[in-house]
Design a protein around this ligand. Structure first.
Ligand code: ADP
Ligand code: MG
Length: 349
C-alpha cells in the first residue's frame, strides 16, 4: 500500500494548462439550478435566492496529508468534505465548490485524474457542482485548495456565537476515530520503511482508518435539525478536536461549557486502538482532530427530540462564563478543558 505509484504515464506537460482544464471540465456537469455559469469563463456565476455562505481550506502535502498512505482519490474526496463540513456547520446547504491545485511535474495526467475522481465522487454524493478553480505549477509538493459555497435562509443560520446558559451541548457521531486511524497508518508506514515486504493487515482498524482517509460530512444532521424544527443556538464542526471546538463556542458566545466524560461518544474499535497504543480514549476524543462531526448547542426544550436519537449525543450543557470550561469525570472530578488540539503549525517542529 505504500509503494510509490508509477506516475510516469501521460506527462502533464504534453497537455498544457488549458488542455488540462478542458479535460477536467468534461468530467463535471452542472446540476444545481443556482449554478448559472461554471468552468470556462473568467468567473463563475451563482444565483442563490437566500444567503450565500463561503468557506475555504488549503491543504499542503507534508503538512495536511501524506501521499504515502493517502491515495489521491481519497485526498480529492476529503479535500471537498472538509469544506462541505464547514458549510454544514453554518446550518447551510452546500451547492458549489471551486478547486485550485498546484502540481509538480512528478504528477501525471492519470494521477490528477485520480484526484478529480475523488472530487467528482464527493460532488455527486453531496450534490454540489464544481464551477471553477485555478491550476498552477509547484516545485515540489501538491497543494490543493477548495472553496465551498452554500445557501441558507437567515433564520436557519447557526453561528459560533449564539450559545446561551442552560443550552444543551450535542455532538453527532463519535469522536477520536480519525486521530486513532492516523496513528495506525503512521505505525504501518514506519513498519513498511523497515520492511518493504510487510503486508499491513488493517482489517481490525477498518472503521478508524476510513475515518481518517475517507471522512464524510454530516448532511444528515442538517436534515435532522430541519425536520425536527431545531435551529441550533450555536454550531461548529469538529476539525481540531472536541476540546478546542468547545472553547471556540464558549469564547464566541461569552459562556462556558460543562461536558461529561462518560457521555463522550467513542466507537468500540477506537477504544480498542487506544488501549493498543496506550492513549487515553478521552484524550483522543478531546484532542484528536479531523472527525468532521457537528458540535452544537440547542435550547433545553429540544431534549426529548434528541436524547435517544441514534445520530447524536447530548454531552453536557452551557453555563455562565465564570464557571470555566470543564470536563466532569465519571467520579465527579472537574478538569479544566484546554485546547491542545491538533495544530498544523505546531506539527512542523
Ligand atoms: P484565469 O487566467 O482568468 O485565471 P484560468 O485559465 O485559470 O483563467 O481558468 C479558466 C477557467 O477554468 C475558469 O473558469 C476557471 O475557474 C477554470 N479552472 C481553472 N483551473 C481549474 C481547476 N483546477 N478546476 C476547475 N476549474 C478550473
Ligand atoms: Mg486562473
Amino acid at each position: 500500500m505504500f509503494e510509490e505509484k508509477d506516475f510516469e504515464k501521460t506527462p502533464l506537460s504534453s497537455m498544457g494548462e488549458f488542455g488540462l482544464i478542458e479535460h477536467i471540465k468534461k468530467q463535471f456537469a452542472l446540476d444545481q439550478t443556482s449554478s448559472i455559469i461554471g468552468i470556462g469563463d473568467d468567473a463563475a456565476i451563482i444565483s442563490h435566492a437566500d444567503n450565500t455562505v463561503v468557506s475555504t481550506d488549503l491543504l499542503i502535502e507534508g503538512i495536511h496529508f501524506d501521499l504515502s498512505y493517502m491515495p489521491l482519490k481519497h485526498l480529492g474526496y476529503k479535500a471537498v468534505i472538509v469544506n462541505l463540513s464547514d458549510v454544514f456547520a453554518m446550518n447551510a446547504i452546500p451547492t458549489q465548490i471551486t478547486v485550485s491545485i498546484a502540481i509538480s511535474n512528478r504528477f501525471s495526467l492519470e494521477a490528477i485524474d485520480e484526484l478529480y475522481k475523488g472530487i467528482a465522487l464527493a460532488c455527486k454524493r453531496y450534490k454540489v457542482d464544481l464551477v471553477g478553480g485555478d491550476t498552477t505549477s509547484s516545485k515540489t509538493g501538491l497543494i490543493i485548495s477548495v472553496t465551498a459555497l452554500g445557501t441558507a435562509k437567515t433564520e436557519k443560520l447557526s453561528y459560533r456565537s449564539g450559545a446561551k446558559e442552560n443550552d444543551l451541548i450535542v455532538v453527532s457521531g463519535d469522536l477520536g476515530g480519525a486521530y486513532m486511524g492516523l496513528q495506525v497508518l503512521e505505525r504501518e508506514k514506519a513498519v513498511y520503511k523497515v520492511n518493504p515486504n510487510s503486508q499491513p493487515d488493517l482489517s481490525t482498524y477498518a472503521y478508524s482508518v476510513e475515518r481518517q482517509l475517507k471522512p464524510e460530512a454530516r448532511a444528515d444532521i442538517i436534515d435532522l435539525l430541519d425536520s425536527s424544527n431545531i435551529v441550533p443556538t450555536s454550531m461548529i464542526d469538529v476539525s481540531d478536536g472536541l476540546s478546542s471546538e468547545l472553547l471556540h463556542l464558549a469564547k464566541s458566545s461569552g459562556v462556558s461549557c460543562q461536558i461529561y466524560e462518560d457521555k463522550i461518544p467513542i466507537d468500540p474499535e477506537v477504544l480498542q486502538i487506544c488501549k493498543e497504543f496506550s492513549i487515553n480514549n478521552t484524550t483522543a476524543a478531546l484532542n484528536g482532530g479531523e472527525d468532521y462531526e457537528l458540535l452544537f448547542t440547542v435550547d433545553q426544550k429540544h431534549y426529548d427530540a434528541l436524547k435517544n436519537h441514534p445520530l447524536v449525543t447530548v454531552i453536557g450543557h452551557i453555563s455562565e462564563v465564570a464557571k470555566g470550561n470543564n470536563l466532569i469525570t465519571g467520579l465527579g472530578q472537574q478538569i479544566e478543558l484546554t485546547a491542545q488540539g491538533w495544530n498544523s503549525l505546531l506539527e512542523q517542529d
